[in-house]
Design a protein around this ligand. Structure first.
Ligand SMILES: Nc1ncnc2c1ncn2[C@@H]1O[C@H](COP(=O)(O)OP(=O)(O)O)[C@@H](O)[C@H]1O
Ligand SMILES: [Mg+2]
Length: 220
């Protein structure tokens, strides 16, 4: 599903963020990108959803070279992905329900089905009671749960999550990882970047790619 061939990313010439990354993430895998702060985890994910381009090397997502993707096609690429990311904020002038149902509306899912699906998903992240609220009325942790609901609502082929439980307490973090695991069992390929070993411990059937200073230092 994701292949990288000798990928380098330099934001500036002196301190490369990723150095000579080659790997293959197969459909259906649950993969953690781990390593300390500054290791290159966020950059790694940004390359996959075409937020950043590699300085060198090739990246294939579903066998397509995404560096060659015209900008007009980027929304299509992302529509097949669930993205849990700091930069992917909620729309502040839309309710929680509308934020999460947005993609289903685009896909033409009937209203009655959408209502049921969104309510169930919001209940799974324990935020259904705030369905009619606006994002600014929610705490950071609550907003994070909405972002997770939005990412999973569409049964995405690929879920990309960057420190998804950063704002959440340990119990809820475990709950979120269980949701990711469930999505994975239903066929979603999951890639989670985290510096938190406890999170990695939540998942039994997984692969871990450890980065340090832009290089893969461990792979198991
Ligand atoms: N937009 C950017 N411009 C310049 N340097 C960046 C940018 N984003 C990340 N970096 C640098 O790239 C390296 C890797 O960062 P990042 O991918 O955010 O690591 P991590 O997510 O593992 O903390 C760091 O040295 C960071 O300072
Ligand atoms: Mg990061």
């Amino acid at each position: 599903m994701i292949q990288m061939f000798n990928v380098f990313k330099n934001y500036d010439p002196v301190s490369p963020a990723l150095i000579d990354i080659s790997l293959h993430i197969r459909k259906g895998e649950f993969v953690f990108i781990s390593g300390p702060s500054g290791a290159g985890k966020t950059t790694f994910l940004k390359l996959i959803y075409r937020e950043e381009l590699p300085t060198q090397g090739q990246i294939l997502v579903n066998r397509r070279n995404i560096a060659k993707l015209p900008p007009s096609k980027i929304p299509y690429l992302r529509r097949s992905m669930g993205i849990v990311f700091q930069d992917f904020k909620l729309l502040n002038n839309k309710t929680i329900f509308d934020n999460v149902s947005f993609v289903l509306k685009i896909l033409g899912v009937p209203v009655s089905v959408t209502k049921k699906k969104v309510f169930n998903m919001l209940r799974m992240v324990d935020i259904h009671h705030k369905m009619k609220s606006l994002p600014p009325q929610l705490s950071g942790g609550e907003q994070q749960r909405v972002v997770i609901a939005r990412a999973l609502i569409n049964d995405p082929a690929l879920l990309l999550a960057d420190e998804p439980t950063g704002n959440l307490d340990p119990e809820l973090s475990m709950e979120i990882m269980r949701l990711f695991e469930e999505a994975n069992q239903k066929g979603t390929t999951v890639v989670v970047a985290t510096h938190n070993p406890a999170l990695i411990g939540c998942i039994s059937n997984k692969r871990v790619i450890m980065l340090d200073k832009g290089r893969i230092v461990r792979y198991y």
